[in-house]
Design a protein around this ligand. Structure first.
Ligand code: NDP
Length: 234
């Protein structure tokens, strides 16, 4: 891939930070969006190591005002050049939920961050996306209604299922501009969310996901794929 402009949300830790690292290694310009740039030590260190190629901007994906602010600041740091890759990675998972005591606030937080966030941020940034750009919504197999599952993490599962619908609708809305939108399950990954027992390192997952994104065809837009490129049922 030539040198591209990329934006990653939830970029201060976990998979988001690894996406930023690997995109920089590949020579791209990266905008890393996170809630508290001043506290994002790893990102600020990377910015120092890659002068002019990494910009760290504030974003709370659950707040539409923050989307508008990011859209404004993005224009400044990219000199008006369009975005080639948007990775909607930020996500929240509330563990330990039991039927009978699921809290409205947890369900609402999941819907805001995991579903509304990627949809509304993409809508806000759409004018700044290059024709033919790629959007990766980091989903989860837990959001698949078709895969048989036990009753677990309902707020997260409902949020990711709603995000999957957002992916499908965004693919329709942006098809005429050749913009590909996919939902990606990153595997079970060793992050704060995935825990130490997870089977993949962030480096393994992100390496596979970036390779997959690099070989997407327009016909793949609107699909739900795992980190190995296998289709998942909705
Ligand atoms: P982490 O919990 O390690 O990191 C989550 C990231 O999302 C953090 O940077 C966090 O920022 C950010 N975030 C959360 N809420 C917001 C918000 N409102 N605004 C901006 N940023 C926010 O998770 P992972 O890195 O493991 O997960 C990344 C993505 O991958 C998520 O979408 C997750 O659902 C998905 N996923 C992960 C799996 C795994 O096994 N790890 C499996 C399947 C899917 P802050 O530091 O400010 O909290």
């Amino acid at each position: 891939m030539d040198r591209r402009h990329c934006l990653v949300t939830g970029a201060n830790r976990g998979l988001g930070l690894e996406f930023v690292r690997q995109l920089l290694v590949r020579g791209h310009h990266v905008v890393a969006a996170c809630r508290q740039p001043g506290k994002a030590l790893a990102l600020n260190q990377l910015a120092g190591d890659h002068p002019g190629r990494l910009h760290v901007l504030p974003l709370d994906v659950g707040d539409p005002r923050s989307h508008a602010e990011l859209a404004r600041e993005l224009q400044l740091v990219t000199d008006g050049e369009p975005l080639d890759l948007l990775i909607n990675n930020a996500g929240v998972l509330r563990g330990g939920e039991r039927f009978g005591s699921v809290r409205p606030a947890d369900l609402e937080a999941s819907l805001r961050t995991n579903a509304m966030g990627p949809f509304l941020l993409t809508q806000a940034l759409a004018p700044q996306l290059a024709d033919g750009a790629t959007i990766a919504n980091i989903s989860s197999e837990v959001g698949s209604i078709a895969l048989k599952q036990e009753f677990r993490t309902p707020s997260y599962a409902i949020g990711k299922a709603a995000q999957n619908m957002a992916t499908s609708l965004l693919a329709q809305a942006l098809a005429e501009r050749g913009i590909k939108v996919v939902a990606l399950h990153p595997g079970w990954v060793q992050t704060d969310m995935g825990g130490a027992q997870a089977t993949l390192t962030p480096a393994e997952s992100v390496t596979a996901l970036l390779q997959l994104l690099g070989r997407l065809e327009p016909a793949d837009s609107g699909s739900f794929l795992d980190w190995q490129g296998q289709p998942l049922p909705w």
